[in-house]
Design a protein. Structure first.
Length: 324
């Protein structure tokens, strides 16, 4: 049986033998620089005199310092990269651990109790390889998009998909059923978005924010999400709003008036429908597989009076995204 200390040491690549000053001295940087990188990676501060670091920590710092010294990036960029990595892996590990514990909880209820430390010890190496594989695949996809997509002109199609009656459901369902609902919603939405060539920016409880390179792709994704949730036995209907325009991309997220507009449009949509604004609708009006239906004018906070338009498939043969 694996102990907690044994598994921790294996994951850290060895025992903790170094203090912060030892790491700083070996790499040739200040204690302040070590603290900044450590915080950027999302780890709690530890006193300078505590033996808390390993050879792997020292190697990681040395790699970052080398990139800065060789002029590949400046210190601010290196810290930004470290923060992106820390926040992403923190959420990744939390998500995977929660899923594992839920799985083991179901097994225990069926009379097959398993120590989670033993399972983590068994899967750690495989998960590490899958993480590196996924990162390389995602980086290759980003390289493939450089200079050849609409993203480079600063414009994107932004979409929000919002679960209907989530607040009421969250009060009525127990934690396990609510967790099942949220996980299924996120999984189905992510499958549709990625299959349609879009990108999931983030999920926040009852809402998914996604991007697409152009309005047509965004509209197809939006209609497909709406259709997929409408026929699902677990997830309720969604409201979806899409808007195309200039977008500021920072820290893996998206910002600006286009994002705000898509969010406002989502709140105007009826359950099970997709709406957009007149500017985005003009890019969709010649698409034979879609129909646009003008809705009544509405006062939209931050945008004045706006006439939203319903976006819907033109018929049963419209090219919605299938992930089955």
């Amino acid at each position: 049986m694996t102990t907690r200390d044994e598994l921790e040491e294996r994951l850290l690549g060895g025992p903790r033998t170094l203090r912060r000053r030892d790491v700083a001295r070996a790499v040739g940087v200040s204690l302040l620089s070590v603290r900044k990188l450590w915080r950027a990676l999302g780890f709690a501060s530890v006193p300078d005199e505590v033996v808390a670091f390993t050879d792997a920590d020292q190697d990681a710092l040395a790699r970052v310092v080398t990139l800065v010294r060789e002029g590949v990036m400046d210190e601010d960029t290196a810290i930004a990269w470290a923060r992106a990595l820390g926040q992403t892996t923190d959420r990744l590990v939390s998500w995977q651990t929660e899923a594992l514990l839920e799985h083991l909880g179901r097994r225990a209820a069926a009379g097959a109790a398993v120590d989670p430390l033993d399972v983590m010890d068994r899967v750690a190496d495989d998960l590490e390889r899958l993480l590196v594989y996924s990162w390389r695949r995602q980086m290759a996809a980003a390289v493939g998009r450089l200079g050849v997509t609409a993203e480079d002109d600063g414009e994107l199609t932004i979409g929000f998909a919002d679960l209907v009656s989530y607040t009421r459901l969250s009060q009525r369902l127990d934690q396990r059923d609510l967790g099942t609902l949220v996980q299924r919603f996120e999984g189905l939405a992510a499958d549709v978005i990625t299959a349609g060539g879009g990108r999931v920016v983030k999920t926040v409880g009852d809402e998914v924010l996604f991007t697409a390179a152009d309005p047509v792709a965004g509209a197809v994704i939006a209609m497909s999400i709406s259709e997929r949730m409408a026929v699902d036995d677990v997830v309720p209907d969604v409201r979806v709003g899409i808007a195309h325009g200039p977008v500021l991309r920072r820290l893996g997220d998206v910002y600006g008036p286009t994002v705000n507009l898509a969010s406002r449009l989502t709140s105007l949509a009826q359950p099970g429908t997709v709406v957009t604004d007149p500017h985005t609708a003009r890019a969709l009006q010649d698409q034979p597989e879609m129909v646009l239906v003008a809705q009544r004018r509405r006062q939209v906070r931050g945008f004045g009076v706006l006439q939203p338009l319903l976006v819907a498939p033109a018929g049963p043969d419209s090219p919605l995204i299938s992930v089955d």
